[in-house]
Design a protein around this ligand. Sequence first.
Ligand code: BGC
Ligand code: BGC
Length: 816
Amino acid sequence: MRKIGAAGMLALLLAGAALAAPAKQAEVHWPAVRSAVPRDPKIEARIDSILRRMSIEEKVGQIVQADIAFVTPEDVRKYKLGSILAGGNSAPHGDNKAPAADWLKQADDFWNASQAADWKGEKIPLIYGIDAVHGHANIVGATIFPQNIGLGATRDPELIRRIGEVTAKEMVATGFDWDFSPTLAVVRDDRWGRIYEGFSENPSIVRSYAGKMVEGLQGVPGTKNFLGAGHVIATAKHFVGDGGTAGGKDQGDNQSSAAQLRDIHGAGYPPAIAAGVQSVMASFSSVRGEKVHGDKALLTGALKQDMRFDGLIVGDWNAHGQVNGCSNTSCPQSINAGLDMFMAPDSWKGLYENTLKQVQSGEIPMSRLDDAVRRILRVKLRAHMFDKGAPSARPYAGKFELLGSPEHRAVAREAVRKSLVLLKNARQLLPLSPKMNVLVAGDGADNIAKQSGGWTISWQGTGLTNADFPHAQSIWGGINEAVNAAGGKATLSADGSYSAKPDVAIVVFGEDPYAEFVGDRPRSLEFSPADKKDLELLRKLKAAGIPVVSIFLSGRPMWVNPELNASDAFVAAFLPGSEGGGISDVLFRKPDGSIHYDFHGKLSYSWPKRADQTPLNVGDKGYDPLFAFGYGLKNGQKGDLPQLSQERPKGGGLPEGVLFGRGAVPQGWSMAFEPAIGGQIKGVDRRAQEDSRQITWNGSGPATVAIRANPPLDLSRETTGQLSLVVDYRVDSPPTAPVTIAMASTRVPIGGVLRAAPVGQWQTLTVPLGCFATSGDEMKALTTPLAITTAGQLKLTISDVRVLSATVPQDQCGAP
Ligand code: BGC
Ligand code: BGC
């Protein structure tokens, strides 16, 4: 437990007393921080002079950031936008796998557009940002570091600094100025889909890493290196409380007291600001019911006044639209609360126009706009943006050999080695001799996407094959290399089948990639509750008398008691990234029998004993984890575990995102014909008894089968996040008239698809949510999240209806 001193006590008392009052700023004070980057009078004078010559339009343009999927260089020229970003799914000509040269070319095109604008005064270059959150992993061929959860386990702040340096260089090679990293979330609930982006549940680790990552990315203040060649602007995010929302809900509500918010969730900000971080991203989440994007006490009070942050506060992806009274295209509240730049990916134009009007009417004071622009210019000047020239003209630009270079990959491999946490080692099975006959099994063994997790090439890290990772090694690849070099024999067999009985089996399995809210697991921490194939594989191998080593890939601690019981050794590898070889480095001895690298990693998150054991954090009252914060065996330590309880959690219900599954709609919802005389619905079997519905339209007139949601369903976030509606269906007799499917006002024709589908065979229909609405707002309160309509006859069976991240061509909005 953290000791609370007298000042802390007072703060807590004040917090309690002030709960009802909106003035959070008065509740506690945040530390006064001295940034290592002093105010430079020359820069300030230059800002004064630029500001004096700017028109209102030019000023408003500076505070708007658009996403490259929704903005053109011509738009940038015309609106003089201050910044652009490449979101997780955004890429040159819409191709996530575009070559590095295309990224650089695109950066040039946008930069040139900012310089071609007819500025009244000085030409202001734009800055280009991206989420290089575990290396520059959006770009094919880049070095991919372990996700932050793994870095937390290394307990090595100096390594974090080197990772920042490598990441920055690879970014500059492809034309970027600005990284939306590091994430300083102190994650207190393992159900959160972004847990792996956080270094730890413990503020002390986040505190010790924050400044180091900033220094690695930006360079060391006071040296000529600072924001110089090969460096980028860093972002401390998401201010504040992102890792502490109730139930671990993404973008949810943090109910901590003001003092807890500062001392736990805010722990990383003072060191990041001290190290000179130039931008801070506001959080999507709320604090005690109020969205941070509209919270003046936090943005202006805590960050700018108390902590004396003089860089820029950027918003998150349309997060301003969630502030009370705001929409994606209008939110004076955010700017007035202290936000300096809107992240308005697709909404930038409407937002620009409305913001301009709000400045003209005085709703946004000119002084506030000037301050926002001043901060943006300050950051641009400190980053030498006015002198750097086009992205391709800068040092390291176009040096694509830096992407995944041997030196960079060596840093990543070191990080992998240091991040592995050994949880079980019965009879000291590890380290293994490399001279054995080794079976390598599991669907994660030769799967670089799975070992990398979300924010890898695509937003969700899905839709990828090993061919998309030219400078990377799978875990199998590393094992094969080590074993071959020592004269042993390794065999890859994903399903674990073998002809000659192996000496040992290494099984690599775990979570499939996810990002943000898609990864929320509100119901339980049980690993793979619906599919026990990995467990069966472990048990089969063990039953055959083969020693089993489990390598568990996951973005979070999970309830894996049955898997632990079925393994002789168990390694939590988290999401190691491109360097699978870092795992074999530690698993195997050298050919001469000596130790190569010992296990080093220590849990940065507590590991649960029960699937419902969350929140679970070191220092809690009655703290009773399976493996405590800081746990991690070394070679030579006794690593046997007793048989663990395998009792599964009670309850269940449908997983998040399912509209119809296992024969049911979510509790309180319904599925029915409207009007009732339009046809019938009957339960039929697909994989289980009555897990599907056969729907017969009798052709008596327009009739709809509707799923009704109660309370209404909010899919706005999923829509802007480019998720899809996915329906498993079987045409039993083809339609005789047009058929549509709808969620909101727009009906998507699917008659053509149904007519083309082979009768009697299960198919999958995938429709991007964006096809159902012209804006995310329209998907905010869906009362009928599914409506299938036809006036003709049709016999259609459906089994699973869900919303998920499935890759489909953008133009696929059905065919009549
Ligand atoms: C995430 C941020 C990210 C931004 C841009 C948001 O949805 O919350 O962490 O920087 O998108 O991709
Ligand atoms: C973007 C991400 C963003 C997410 C938010 C995705 O389409 O690519 O960068 O964080 O949407 O919804």
